[in-house]
Design a protein around this ligand. Structure first.
Ligand code: AMP
Ligand code: ZN
Length: 439
C-alpha cells in the first residue's frame, strides 16, 4: 500500500499530543465564540465567560448542543465572530424550510480548510501530476470549492468543470486524461451509463481514483463504481457547518474515514437521550469545529447517523475513523408503523447484479395504508429476454427487500435512463403522503 502523508507529525500524533492541540484550539475558538451574542449568552449559563474557564477538553460536555435551528434563528449575523472586514468568503445553504444558514470564513479559515483537504487527497495517494476533474457543483455549496483549494495546494492539475453537462465531462476526461474525479456517487453512475451510450469504453480514459461524497451511499455503490470504472473510490464526508468536505476521508485502506481530530472534535450521541455512546455504537454525529474563527460552532448536531470505528488503521494515522453514514435522524421512513432507512433499501438493490445504476423509493397513501414502491433501472439486455425472466428478477428483488426491511414493497423494473438523474445530490425518496402521516 502506498501510504503518503501531508502533515505526518499531526496525522500520526499520539493521543496526548492530539488532546493538547485540541485543548489549545478549543480555548482559542471559545474566545471567538464569546464574541457572538448567541454563544456569549449560552456559555455564560454554564459558567464559561473566558477561555480560562475551559480547563480540559472534557469541559466541552457542559456546553449545550448547537442545532440547525440555532443557525437559522441567528441568521444572518448572530454567529459571526469577527469583523466583516476580515470575512473573505460566505457559504450559505437553504434547507427544505427555505430559511438559509450562513457560514463566514476569514482568510486563515480558508487556509486551514484547504490544508485539511490536502491531507485527505494525499491520504488516497494522489499527488502533483494527477489531473483532477472536479465534477462537484461550485457555488454556495461547499463541495466544489472545498476540494478545489485542497487539490491546488497538493499541486494537482485542477479542472474546475463543476457539476452537470455529462457529454462535456466525458470529453474532458478523455482530452486531458483525467486521473482523479470528485462527484456524487449517483452522478458518477450516471456518467458511466453515458460513456457506454456513446460507444466508448473505460480503457480510453485514464481514471484511477474517485472521491465520492455529499450524499449517503452504501458499500455496494462504492463497489459498483470501482468495478464499472476499474478505479478506486474513496468516501469523502463533510458538511457546510464544518466548512464542507475534508472533515473525514478514507485513506488507501478504505476502512472508514479518518476524522481530522486536531480540527474537529467528534462525539456520537444517542439522538433521543443526547447521551454519548461508546465507540462502535451508532448514533448521531456531533462536531465541534476548532479551526474556523469567523463562525465558531460548538457541539453541532449533524443529524447524520454513524459510529466511530474502534481500533487503529493500518496506515498509521492516529485520528479515529468514522463509519459510513447509515442515514440521518430525519430520513427514517415510517411505513405502516415499521421504521425503514433508505440506506437499507439501497444496500439490497445495489447488490443485485442485474440492477443498473439508478433507483428511487416512492411512498404513497392508499386508503389507510402506506404503499412502498421501489423503482429500479435494470440493464437493457434484461428486457430482451423473456417476460418470465423479468418476473423472476422482480420476485427476487422483492424477496430480498422483504427480508431486509420487514415489509413487502412493490417493485418496478425500468430501462436505463427512465428515472431522473441529478447532477448533485440525488433525490432518492419521493414521499407523497400528506405530512401528518410521515412521522
Ligand atoms: P451540505 O452541508 O449541503 O454539504 O450537506 C452535508 C450533508 O451531506 C451531511 O450532513 C450528510 O448528510 C451528507 N453527506 C455528505 N457527505 C456524505 C457522505 N460521504 N456520505 C453520506 N452522507 C454525506
Ligand atoms: Zn488509514
Amino acid at each position: 500500500m502506498d501510504v503518503s502523508f501531508w502533515d505526518e507529525d499531526v496525522e500520526t500524533a499520539q493521543p496526548e499530543t492530539l488532546q493538547q492541540i485540541q485543548l489549545d484550539r478549543l480555548r482559542d475558538i471559545i474566545n471567538y465564540a464569546l464574541k457572538t451574542p448567541f454563544y456569549k449568552r449560552r456559555l455564560a449559563k454554564v459558567g464559561i465567560n473566558c477561555d480560562d474557564d475551559v480547563k480540559s477538553v472534557d469541559d466541552l460536555d457542559k456546553i449545550p448542543f448547537t442545532t440547525k435551528d440555532d443557525l437559522r434563528q441567528n441568521f444572518p449575523r448572530g454567529l459571526l465572530a469577527v469583523d466583516m472586514n476580515e470575512v473573505v468568503r460566505i457559504h450559505s445553504s437553504s434547507g427544505t424550510t427555505g430559511i438559509p444558514t450562513v457560514i463566514y470564513f476569514t482568510a486563515d479559515d480558508i487556509d486551514n480548510w484547504a490544508d485539511l483537504v490536502a491531507r485527505c487527497i494525499r491520504a488516497t495517494g494522489a499527488a502533483a501530476g494527477d489531473v483532477f476533474q472536479n465534477m462537484m457543483t461550485y457555488g454556495l455549496f461547499t463541495g466544489g470549492l472545498g476540494l478545489h483549494y485542497g487539490a491546488e495546494r497538493v499541486g494537482m492539475t485542477v479542472i474546475p468543470i463543476g457539476g452537470g453537462n455529462t457529454k462535456r465531462q466525458i470529453k474532458t476526461m478523455k482530452d486531458f486524461q483525467t486521473t482523479v474525479v470528485h462527484a456524487t456517487p449517483s452522478y458518477l453512475l450516471h456518467v458511466h451509463s453515458a460513456i457506454l451510450e456513446q460507444g466508448m469504453t473505460i480503457d480510453e480514459l485514464a481514471l484511477r481514483k474517485a472521491y465520492i461524497g455529499a450524499e449517503p451511499h452504501s458499500e455496494n455503490i462504492r463497489k459498483k463504481i470501482e468495478q464499472l470504472y476499474n478505479m478506486d473510490a474513496y468516501n469523502s464526508y463533510g458538511l457546510s457547518e464544518m466548512n464542507g468536505p475534508g472533515v473525514a476521508f478514507e485513506c488507501v485502506y478504505k476502512a472508514g474515514m479518518h476524522i481530522w481530530e486536531d480540527a474537529y472534535i467528534p462525539e456520537i450521541i444517542d439522538p433521543a437521550t443526547e447521551k454519548k455512546v461508546e465507540d462502535g455504537q451508532t448514533g448521531e454525529v456531533v462536531f465541534t469545529n476548532l479551526i474556523r474563527r469567523a463562525t465558531p460552532l460548538l457541539r453541532y448536531r449533524t443529524r447524520d447517523l454513524a459510529c466511530i470505528i474502534p481500533g487503529q488503521c493500518e496506515c498509521g494515522r492516529t485520528h479515529r475513523r468514522l463509519s459510513r453514514i447509515t442515514g440521518r435522524t430525519d430520513d427514517m421512513l415510517i411505513i405502516n408503523g415499521v421504521n425503514v432507512f433508505p440506506s437499507q433499501i439501497e444496500e439490497v438493490v445495489m447488490n443485485i447484479p442485474e440492477v443498473g445504476t439508478n433507483y428511487q423509493i416512492h411512498v404513497d397513501k392508499v386508503g389507510a395504508l402506506d404503499k412502498l414502491v421501489v423503482k429500479v433501472e435494470i440493464y437493457s439486455k434484461m428486457f430482451r429476454g423473456d417476460a418470465k425472466q423479468l418476473d423472476a428478477l422482480k420476485g427476487k428483488i422483492k424477496d430480498e427487500l422483504r427480508a431486509s426491511i420487514m415489509i413487502n414493497p412493490a417493485v418496478e423494473l425500468h430501462e436505463p435512463g427512465f428515472l431522473p438523474v441529478s447532477e448533485g445530490k440525488a433525490k432518492r425518496v419521493i414521499d407523497n403522503r400528506p405530512q401528518q402521516y410521515k412521522d
